[in-house]
Ligand binder design. Structure first.
Ligand code: CTP
Length: 394
């Protein structure tokens, strides 16, 4: 999805971070129109924003070279406004409805959501006048991205630092998504489990966790309250998601059942070990001359147990990793585990090997099966939610 984003830049030292924001949003296919205040242009040359976004950078309210009423054009075109950095002066003017330059005028004229990322000295930020102005804006529906604490360019350490560009970009992306999962509690599991044999060895599998994390991120962007229970992975917690890390299948089971009852949707994307060592050796196992036999015992099938206990309104979604007879095996899992949906993927397909950033799945339910295209896991996660929310509406 490509959106028209108006990036408002006001005169703070953190304006340099907005260059990265403009560049990243452009790379994500969005049209970034920059509006700079007069003092922002003291810090950054408008040409730099133009070079990164390939779109006009405006700061003058009036023009004699175009017949378009500039502030109305930008206000109507915008899907979203991000003001970063926002100075105390800008915040005060916005809160009071003063329109004395292009940026303050455009934000009065728009109906698009407006996000404001304040950045200033810690004492300025904590000043009751600034706090009051921010509260006014928040009450009016503006979204304030709270500054981070840390070293400030003025020499102080405290709250007032503009968040990293990556976080600002994530906040924008989150805001752009439709909120069709609002008020839903979603429990998602992801990653492999790890079953220890002794203090140095364990049994695990190739799951990277990427699909489950992408689902968690997509659900959070769409307004859900998301709990992610993850086995060991290298991945960072998705934005706005409550993450608990576990190791073993038994720990995953315990964590899942603590949350399962109140969840509206449960998605078991984790590759849970089916077997664990019958006995854990507290001491490192020493090698002998012959072969080693390891006795393994079954773990609980969490999805199947959820299927037995689930209430009528809860949606239960499982995955099926298959190397052969994809549809038959996935259909059997759907029935056996009493899931509402099984998302099946063919692990013999070389394009979607374990750890890949892409995936291709078929969604099965009692109604039949639908094959989704090969997509980046992030996009696929949204397609999966599109499909399921559509199907549930019918
Ligand atoms: N699953 C689970 N608990 C287990 C094993 C699997 O909850 N102990 C869940 C997975 O999270 C997934 C679904 O069951 O949603 C199917 O997992 P998969 O590994 O494809 O199938 P298995 O049931 O383990 O069957 P098999 O290994 O025979 O293919």
């Amino acid at each position: 999805m490509s959106a028209n984003i108006v990036l408002g830049v006001t005169g703070g030292i953190a304006a340099y971070k907005s260059l990265q924001v403009a560049s990243s949003l452009t790379k994500l296919n969005h049209n970034v129109y920059t509006i700079m205040t007069e003092s922002a242009a003291e810090f950054i040359n408008p040409i730099t924003f133009h070079s990164l976004t390939h779109l006009p950078v405006e700061s003058e309210l009036f023009s004699t070279t175009t017949s378009e009423v500039k502030h109305i054009g930008l206000a109507d075109k915008a899907d979203l406004f991000l003001i970063a950095p926002a100075t105390a002066n800008f915040i005060a003017k916005a809160a009071a409805g003063i329109a004395d330059d292009l940026l303050t005028t455009v934000i009065l004229a728009t109906e698009a959501p407006i996000m404001i990322a304040p950045s200033m000295n810690v004492h300025m930020f904590e000043n009751p006048v600034v706090q009051r102005n921010m509260k006014t804006l928040e009450d009016l529906g503006y979204k304030i991205i709270t500054p981070e604490a840390g070293y400030l360019a003025c020499g102080y350490t405290g709250k007032g630092r503009l968040p990293a560009p990556e976080r600002l970009v994530e906040e924008v992306r989150k805001e752009l998504f439709k909120k069709d999962l609002k008020n839903k509690k979603i429990l998602i599991t992801a990653g492999p489990t790890r079953e220890s044999i002794d203090p140095v060895r364990f049994l695990t599998n190739h799951s990277s966790g990427k699909m489950g994390y992408a689902l968690a991120q997509a659900a959070a962007y769409r307004g859900a309250e998301v709990k992610l229970i993850s086995g060991p992975t290298e991945l960072a917690a998705p934005l706005g998601v409550e993450l608990s890390r576990v190791e073993t299948a038994a720990e995953m089971k315990k964590a899942v059942f603590q949350e399962a009852e109140t969840a509206d949707i449960i998605i078991m994307a984790a590759a849970v070990a089916d077997y664990c060592p019958q006995e854990y050796s507290a001491q490192k196992l020493k090698k002998g001359n012959g072969n080693l036999k390891l006795e393994l015992e079954r773990t609980t099938d969490i999805l199947a147990e959820l299927g037995e206990k689930k209430n009528k309104s809860q949606l239960l979604i499982g995955f099926a990793a298959e190397s052969e007879n994809l549809l038959e095996n996935a259909q059997a899992k759907l029935r056996k585990k009493r899931a509402d949906y099984i998302i099946a993927n063919d692990i013999s397909n070389k394009n979607i090997a374990f750890g890949s950033d892409k995936n291709q799945v078929t969604i099965l339910s009692e109604e039949g099966s639908t094959k989704l295209p090969l997509l980046e896991k992030e996009k696929l996660a949204h397609k999966i939610f599109d499909y399921i929310t559509d199907a549930e509406r019918k």
